[in-house]
Design a protein around this ligand. Structure first.
Ligand SMILES: [Zn+2]
Length: 282
């Protein structure tokens, strides 16, 4: 077992508030890797994967389909697979360890795993989430709950490949096709998104601003692709505030910023195993 797990457990125990930053590594540890095929997604998407030759679930998500019925044939089955997917053990372990402590979760994941176990008011889904659709333009500031629409589409699939044209979801204001609320060049950064970011800032300011309170920034499975969302702000908050500690849990080795010194901790290794150890050691 990684020797830093015990230290992390102590840091969690003595902290007054915790901000968790979650990247794709936690989804992978939970069994839902969106960049490589794993059984949880390969099974439900097998036919589409074989037909199109997709190299990963996300490859199918960003593929340029010839028509909306085929595009939504893929989207609907992908989203349905994540709706039906059980909560991954690492996600449950994280929730258990946080317990009743004041907390906020900032994530770049879009696969609905965290919103099952964390209250919406304590959660910012920075890159969107499969639980909502948006107008592809977008013509206005509206997020449409996905569940009922996805249910109807997947119940009416044709040959497992596409949906009937009349079920292609359309914006009720402008008539354009709806798309999943997931980061791309038309991503809707509307009221819901802005308010969730404001809640994150408010939480951080409230707790870090009280110099007698200990705040823990816990970074989980954050890759190198988008450091500006979680990693760099976490480093800055730690560097600028003596009452903040920073922990990075990741499968890959990460370099520790020198200036954070004894207020930073790296727990390298299998994220699922390490989150589990965190709950079973005493
Ligand atoms: Zn519209």
């Amino acid at each position: 077992m990684n020797k830093n797990i015990k230290q992390l457990r102590e840091w969690i125990a003595v902290s007054d508030a915790i901000i968790v930053g979650v990247g794709s590594g936690l989804s992978s540890a939970a069994g839902y890797n969106h960049y490589h095929w794993m059984s949880a997604l390969e099974k439900p998407l097998h036919q589409l994967k074989e037909t199109y030759g997709f190299e990963s679930p996300f490859a199918g998500f960003y593929y340029c389909y010839s028509d909306y019925a085929s595009q939504w044939g893929y989207y609907s089955q992908y989203i349905k697979a994540m709706m039906d997917a059980p909560t991954g053990q690492p996600v449950a372990d994280l929730r258990e360890r946080i317990g009743d402590k004041p907390h906020f979760v900032l994530t770049t994941n879009i696969d609905m795993q965290l919103s099952r176990v964390f209250d919406e008011k304590n959660l910012c889904m920075f890159q969107g989430d499969f639980s909502f659709l948006q107008c592809s333009q977008p013509c206005g500031d509206e997020l449409i709950p996905a569940e009922n629409l996805i249910q109807a589409m997947t119940e009416n699939l044709v040959d497992g490949m596409w949906i009937p044209t009349e079920l292609v979801p359309r914006c009720k204001h402008c008539g354009r096709v709806l798309v999943p609320w997931v980061r791309d060049d038309t991503f809707l950064e509307g009221k819901y998104w802005k308010e969730s970011i404001q809640r994150y800032y408010d939480f951080a300011n409230k707790w870090i601003g009280q110099k007698d309170k200990k705040v823990l920034l816990l970074e989980l499975g954050v890759g190198e692709m988008t450091p500006a969302i979680i990693k760099l702000p976490f480093w800055n908050m730690t560097a600028e505030n003596e009452n903040v500690r920073y922990v990075c849990m990741n499968k890959e080795e990460s370099s520790a910023p020198e200036h954070l010194k004894d207020r930073a901790l790296y727990v390298q290794g299998d994220l699922g195993e390490n989150l589990h150890f965190l709950n079973i050691i005493s």
